[in-house]
Design a protein around this ligand. Sequence first.
Ligand SMILES: Cc1cc2nc3c(=O)[nH]c(=O)nc-3n(C[C@H](O)[C@H](O)[C@H](O)COP(=O)(O)OP(=O)(O)OC[C@H]3O[C@@H](n4cnc5c(N)ncnc54)[C@H](O)[C@@H]3O)c2cc1C
Length: 337
Amino acid sequence: MKALVYIDHFKGEVQPASWEALGLAKSFGSASAVVFGSGVDAVAQAALEYGADEVLAADDPALLDFRAETYAATLATLASAHSPDLILFPTTTRTRELAAMSAVDLNSNVITDATGMEVSGDKVVATRPIYEAKLFEKVTCSSTPQFVTIRGRAFPKPEPQPGKSGTITKVEAMTDAITTVEGYSVADVGVSLNDAGVIVSGGRGVSNNPSLQPPAGLDDKQAEIWRAQQGFTLITELANTLGGAVGASRAAVDAGYIPYANQVGQTGKVVAPDLYIACGISGAIQHLAGIRSAKMVVAINKDADAPIFKVARYGVVGDLFQIVPALTEAFRKKLGK
Ligand SMILES: Cc1cc2nc3c(=O)[nH]c(=O)nc-3n(C[C@H](O)[C@H](O)[C@H](O)COP(=O)(O)OP(=O)(O)OC[C@H]3O[C@@H](n4cnc5c(N)ncnc54)[C@H](O)[C@@H]3O)c2cc1C
């Protein structure tokens, strides 16, 4: 099977699931990495090191910013010239748009967010979660090339071979665009939830420590948020100790404890860490929809009947304000931090 693998990056910073897509494509046959942007030599070299048989690079100042119309036209032209069986992407906001537009250009379709994949004849059959991950669907597409986006951390990442060389071929960029990127603003969310191997999340329970005395002059709502901030400080310390990211339930986000960027669940981020530590989170179905791909869930909750314990491998029934700092302390000792 002949595959193109789109390496998604922001100004040279590659989405790690791009390498997972490359490793997956290699397991099916030949894999050419596709790199778009301006000044992308380092990304192209990294693609060779992660196992690409070759790199097809459209390197043009007009591709400095991702714009669906330039990128999709470039990809569709490239795919027409190379006739791949399969085009793989990591699932990101950009690639959902890119895959959809270029698939339409090539009269094909897109299968998004695959968590499993196998070859059947000259096609792939992808597995993807549906109905809030309560069901897994096997789906294929009869048109060629097949376009599939894969969920981050669902497939193994290949080991890079530093210094590996190979062919980097420049391909033509399609530069007609109707949109202009006016600028970017940075959201301060620390380690990305999508890429995190460890996530420590807090729910409504992070504000529940009546013994904490807020500063004078705060009304009830402000006092609640102040308490929650103390709770999230403990959660952040544990996450930092484990090199992980901080997540939250929607109740915590809606109550103003933490920004929406941290929300995990049906209407937040769908995550797939090795370890997910849920603190003061009840385990509502909409929250669980975001963590079904987590390899191990640990729950800390005062209520022994909380539904989160049904999905947790390990559970601690207790007050997070005692358990979380104790865990941080124990991990610091263990990890020599
Ligand atoms: C359409 C829709 C979409 C939604 N999308 C999402 C989503 O994306 N993500 C999401 O999370 N929710 C989502 N929800 C909301 C969801 O239904 C729940 O309301 C929410 O997940 C509850 O958050 P929580 O567990 O933090 O709060 P609660 O359900 O109030 O649970 C708080 C928990 O903290 C425990 N607790 C309290 N104090 C302590 C303490 N000191 N120590 C230890 N434990 C303590 C309690 O025992 C309790 O179990 C959605 C709802 C709808 C209708």
